[in-house]
Design a binder for this molecule. Structure first.
Ligand SMILES: Nc1ncnc2c1ncn2[C@@H]1O[C@H](COP(=O)(O)OP(=O)(O)OP(=O)(O)O)[C@@H](O)[C@H]1O
Ligand SMILES: [Mg+2]
Length: 284
């Protein structure tokens, strides 16, 4: 029997020794960090917060990669460094081989317009624009002409099941529907990378589950590279191809759900997993 040909995974995003220190003089914090001082010591000594403490990882083309961690672990900082809403203090962020940690703001704007889209927790819709205009907005700022813009918006609204809602204002839609609009807006741009910072956290549990299914369905069709932030282990395990668990600006474990369940790295991960076992026990 011939060996199945293993498809080479292509790296889409690569972080190398990424460090982010918040504070008035981050380089003082950075130097102390490099000298081996802990996050707590640096905070006490200098009031600087080491939010990302030297992270390296690779995300593959077409992967749905989840970053999971408790509040304050550094998830939003990490994702915002990738589209440079936050400037990293040190390290490299390669997107298709281009180090976006070190490109100028003009180039970064281009990348935000072409390659990277973001979906926010609180939907981030314009309240006075119709659903259709909200979806069209990202295309408008990219300079796409009205007829094409309209067509693309209609197509994308249909993709997320909102084809009948184009004329409405966001306020007449439920939370779940509003987040579908947020998703449609990001998808309409044809960006290859979607950054999603706890996009479903504000939704009721049932709607949330529906949106997770919706995202998985869309991803099967679209094969985007998705970096999805969550603080919910159930969500992470349900949707993630791979998961990185963060704590205090570090990655505690990185792997597929299967790998993490079968070989938890330490007690911190085991405590997270207990949550899954507990809910399974309730279900019997
Ligand atoms: N602008 C800032 N100035 C100083 N410290 C900050 C700033 N933004 C975040 N931090 C600190 O950096 C750390 C990581 O914050 P971050 O918002 O990235 O966490 P998070 O994992 O996204 O949390 P959450 O789940 O609550 O959204 C926290 O200790 C936070 O207090
Ligand atoms: Mg956050």
């Amino acid at each position: 029997m011939s060996e199945p040909i293993k498809k080479e995974l292509e790296t889409k995003i690569e972080l190398q020794h990424l460090i982010k220190v918040y504070g008035k003089n981050p380089y003082i914090g950075l130097n102390l960090f490099r000298e081996g001082k802990t996050r707590d010591e640096i905070l006490e000594l200098t009031n600087q917060v080491v939010s990302i403490a030297d992270i390296s990882l690779k995300i593959n083309q077409g992967e749905l990669f989840v970053i999971m961690g408790l509040s304050g672990s550094g998830k939003s900082t990490l994702v915002r460094c990738i589209n440079r809403l936050i400037k990293p203090t040190s390290g490299h962020i390669y997107i298709d081989g281009e180090d976006v940690a070190h490109v100028d703001e003009k180039r970064m704007r281009q990348l935000r317009l072409s390659k990277i889209s973001m979906v926010f927790q609180q939907f981030g819709l314009f309240p006075h624009k119709t659903v259709r205009d909200n979806v069209e907005y990202g295309l408008k700022v990219r300079g796409i002409k009205p007829p094409l813009r309209r067509q693309k918006a209609e197509e994308t609204l249909a993709l997320v099941g909102l084809e009948k809602w184009g004329d409405y204002l966001p306020s007449s839609l439920s939370g779940g529907m509003q987040q579908r609009v947020g998703l449609a807006r990001a998808l309409a741009t044809d960006a290859e990378i979607l950054l999603m910072d706890e996009p479903f956290s504000a939704l009721d549990p049932l709607i949330r589950r529906e949106m997770q299914d919706e995202l998985l369905r869309l991803q099967k069709e679209l094969h985007k590279t998705i970096l999805f932030i969550s603080h919910d282990i159930h969500e992470a395990f349900k949707i993630g191809d791979r998961i990185a668990v963060m704590k205090d600006g570090n990655i505690v474990q990185l792997g597929t759900p299967k790998e993490i369940i079968s070989q938890p790295a330490n007690d911190y991960i085991r405590a997270f997993l207990q949550d899954i076992y507990d809910s399974k026990a309730i279900l019997g």
